[in-house]
Design a protein around this ligand. Structure first.
Ligand code: FES
Length: 106
């Protein structure tokens, strides 16, 4: 099923926003013209990643600093500098951009 998330222009290049749609809490980010959609809640203690820092394809959680790769949700660094394997990867979604609209497929 395809679900519309938001408009392409709502996301600044190199930036991210939180979108709540159909009971899902999502992070939508744009890097180098590519769009990524992941869960917005950190897998450690549910920090809101949209309030964190984005640097290229890496988002850092505002609570304890875990770092995730937006492209595949992989943990780059665990909370408080712990090894990546201490927390789960972030869920990512298959993104389809059609015209000015961003959709996820599930
Ligand atoms: S809640 Fe994200 S690192 Fe702790």
């Amino acid at each position: 099923m395809r679900v519309r998330v938001c408009g392409l222009r709502e996301i600044p290049e190199g930036g991210m926003i939180r979108v709540d749609v159909r009971k899902k809490e999502l992070l939508v980010a744009k890097v180098g013209g590519r769009v990524y959609v992941t869960d917005v809640k950190c897998t450690h203690e549910e920090g809101d990643l949209s309030l964190g820092i984005m640097s290229g394809e890496i988002v850092t959680c505002p609570l304890h600093g875990a770092k995730f790769k937006l492209s595949d949700g992989a943990v780059v660094e665990g909370p408080d500098g712990e090894p990546p394997e201490t927390i789960s990867a972030l869920k990512t979604y298959r993104v389809v951009v059609e015209g000015e609209d961003i959709y996820i497929e599930e």
